[in-house]
Design a protein around this ligand. Structure first.
Ligand SMILES: Nc1ncnc2c1ncn2[C@@H]1O[C@H](COP(=O)(O)OP(=O)(O)OP(=O)(O)O)[C@@H](O)[C@H]1O
Ligand SMILES: O=P(O)(O)O[C@@H]1[C@H](O)[C@H](O)[C@@H](OP(=O)(O)O)[C@H](OP(=O)(O)O)[C@H]1O
Length: 404
């Protein structure tokens, strides 16, 4: 059985409670906002109301808690809680995760897909508000000390086939180049070595990128103020190639307005353990009894000490858990954590793309698919998404080439 997060072993560092609540989205539009350590201070009233959950401090795009009607929280155990959007989006996304992570899933295509998604821990709701459902997801940034994060929307169309004319026009207006470029940077935060701060870029930054500026625009994500992180570019390319292979192998799902979440470690590997303590109260903690690849629990950028997720009963963390079915469009609550991750990691190792290895191995990078409010059954390749992936790969390769 796969592991789960141990709820009872949470520790918050003292600094996480300081200051007032700021739920204002970061500004940018070409001028990156400075974000010291990427923390979002939280007042005691909000903390109590949310049952210990806090707005996701390192969210770079999407609906924001306290700003939009739905948003994303971080549970004290370190997982990400994505509030279900109003129907049909929220239920559709829930059905998608339930299908991919169904306990009895034996579809090789879906089992493979698990490797490219955050782990799914079922749904969650606060005791104060039991009908307000959240998807409980692995925080993809969790094992990083200074996570540099970028959200890229993929595909040539960011509206689904059932979208109204108004919705289509709204989406096209937002980024008319989607069809041609096949992807859109929705937001990013980049660690700057010298100042120990993050530069944040919001959706306006990405929308300002055209064919002739997309390469430099994307390259900013990999620049730490001193040099281009070529290692992170290369590792990202390998990850995206794996995802492309999956898309080329399947003809049963079509993704609209879905994203890739890129994460790499902002701290250079040579400075890892020695320079961690004392920096913003963060430090790596090696847990005893952890298995290779899972033992990198640490103080993450949210200043939450996340325990190693092994040998904890699934039943203690699954809320609203029922055994899942196979079909996305069947209305049932099938939630479980998926299998196949370990197999995938082995596979990635074979391809030289193991992002769970520490120093000496490949650069630590994650590229995961997120945001599945518009996933539909299909009978052909997802040409729009594949087009976007290929163009994204071309641009990433050009970035490397220019730096050579
Ligand atoms: N599993 C995860 N791990 C870490 N961060 C995440 C995870 N899921 C989402 N996020 C953060 O939240 C942001 C928004 O996520 P997501 O796209 O799922 O939300 P959304 O509100 O549906 O977005 P949109 O408004 O574009 O439809 C991401 O850009 C990322 O910063
Ligand atoms: O980037 P912005 O300006 O915030 O625009 C939003 C973004 O395009 C989302 O992807 C979209 O949700 P969907 O992908 O689920 O359609 C949302 O639609 P909405 O306004 O209908 O929520 C837009 O407002």
């Amino acid at each position: 059985m796969e592991s789960s997060l141990g709820l009872g072993r949470l520790e918050l560092t003292p600094s996480s409670g300081a200051g007032g609540v700021s739920l204002t989205p970061r500004l940018s539009g070409g001028h990156p906002a400075k974000d010291k350590c990427g923390q979002l201070p939280l007042g005691p009233q909000v903390q109590a109301h949310l049952n210990g959950c806090v707005p996701l401090s390192h969210q770079v795009a999407g609906h924001k808690y306290g700003v939009d009607t739905v948003g994303i929280l971080q549970h004290p155990d370190g997982t990400v809680l994505k509030q279900l959007q109003p129907p049909p989006r929220g239920p559709r996304e829930k059905q998608f995760y339930s299908m991919v992570y169904a306990e009895d899933c034996c579809d090789p295509c879906l089992l493979q897909l698990q490797n490219h998604l955050p782990k799914y821990y079922g749904t969650w709701s606060s005791p104060d508000s039991p009908n307000d459902l959240y998807l409980k997801l692995e925080d993809v940034t969790r094992r990083f000390v200074k996570p540099c994060i970028m959200d890229v929307k993929l595909g040539q169309r960011s509206y689904d086939p059932f979208a109204s004319q108004e919705k289509r026009e709204q989406q096209i207006r937002k980024y008319p180049l989607m069809e041609e470029i096949g992807f859109l940077v929705l937001g990013m935060r980049v660690y700057k070595m010298c100042s120990d701060t993050f530069d944040s870029y919001d959706q306006h930054y990405g929308r300002g990128l055209a064919k002739d500026t997309i390469k430099d625009g994307l390259a900013k994500f990999f620049h730490n103020g001193v040099s281009l992180r070529k290692d992170a570019v290369s590792a990202s390319i390998r990850r995206v190639q794996c995802i492309l292979r999956w898309f080329e192998s399947q003809q049963q799902l079509a993704f609209y307005a879905s994203s890739l979440l890129f994460v790499y470690e902002g701290l250079p590997s040579s400075s890892s353990s020695s320079s961690l303590s004392g920096r913003c109260g963060e430090g790596k903690v090696r847990q005893e009894g952890a298995r290779p690849g899972e033992e990198v629990a640490e103080y993450n950028n949210n200043n939450i000490q996340v325990p190693v997720p092994w040998d904890y009963s699934l039943s203690t963390i699954y809320t609203n858990h029922r055994k899942g079915g196979h079909h996305l469009w069947k209305d049932e609550d099938g939630e479980r954590e998926g299998r196949g991750r370990r197999e995938a990691e082995e596979e990635l190792k074979g391809r030289g793309g193991n992002a769970t290895e520490g120093g000496g191995g490949d650069t630590e990078v994650e590229v995961r698919m997120i945001d599945f409010a518009h996933v539909f059954p299909s009978e052909s390749h997802d040409h729009g998404y594949i087009y976007g992936l290929k163009n994204l790969l071309t641009v990433l390769e050009q970035i490397l080439c220019d730096a050579a």
